[in-house]
Design a protein around this ligand. Structure first.
Ligand SMILES: [Fe+2]
Ligand SMILES: [Fe+2]
Length: 177
């Protein structure tokens, strides 16, 4: 049993704290700052997911898992693409993308992972994707119609995370055979 946490409710609660009062507040500036803060947590999540998939790619390569390693690599690239889009959106909103390695894991909704077997790795990825799906859905609801551009981006990210979760669920079934 590894120590990868699967307490999605707790992670969701933590992610929700910043959104409690809705996206619109009295001053536009305050609203924008909250969106930037939430997006910086998304940026941390995407960065941690990129690193986790990369490490899984190299580990799977070591155990000769053709097909599976390619899937990890493809996901790593897509998470990196997500991180780049989120960072760009943060700058568009006048914010500063926080890529400081210090505190990265704390800012992230999802965890890096410590799995060593292929099964553990795929399980970790599936948990991380489910966490991203849960928190991104909350963010989309929270944004509502107040920032359509950011919401559209989050909806596109969410669609990819759902595909990723699907891919990992299929891999899990394959490994179990
Ligand atoms: Fe992503
Ligand atoms: Fe993903």
């Amino acid at each position: 049993m590894n120590t990868f946490k699967a307490d999605i409710e707790e992670i969701r609660r933590r992610a929700m704290e910043k959104m409690e009062d809705g996206a619109v507040t009295a001053s536009y500036k305050a609203d924008r700052e909250r969106v930037i803060e939430v997006l910086n947590e998304v940026l941390a999540t995407e960065t941690v997911c990129t690193l986790r998939y990369k490490s899984h790619y190299y580990m799977a390569k070591g155990v000769h898992a053709p097909g599976i390693e390619e899937e990890f690599l493809e996901h790593a690239k897509e998470e990196q693409g997500h991180a780049d889009r989120v960072a760009k959106r943060i700058t568009e909103l006048g914010g500063k993308p926080n890529l400081d390695p210090e505190g990265l894991a704390t800012r992230s909704h999802a965890q890096y992972g410590t799995g060593e077997t292929l099964l553990d790795m795929v399980r970790e990825d599936l948990i991380a994707e489910r966490i991203a799906i849960a928190t991104y859905s909350e963010i989309i609801r929270w944004l509502g119609n107040d920032d359509p551009t950011t919401r559209r981006m989050m909806e596109e990210l969410l669609a990819t995370e759902e595909e990723h979760a699907d891919d990992m669920a299929s891999l899990l079934a394959r490994i179990h055979q």
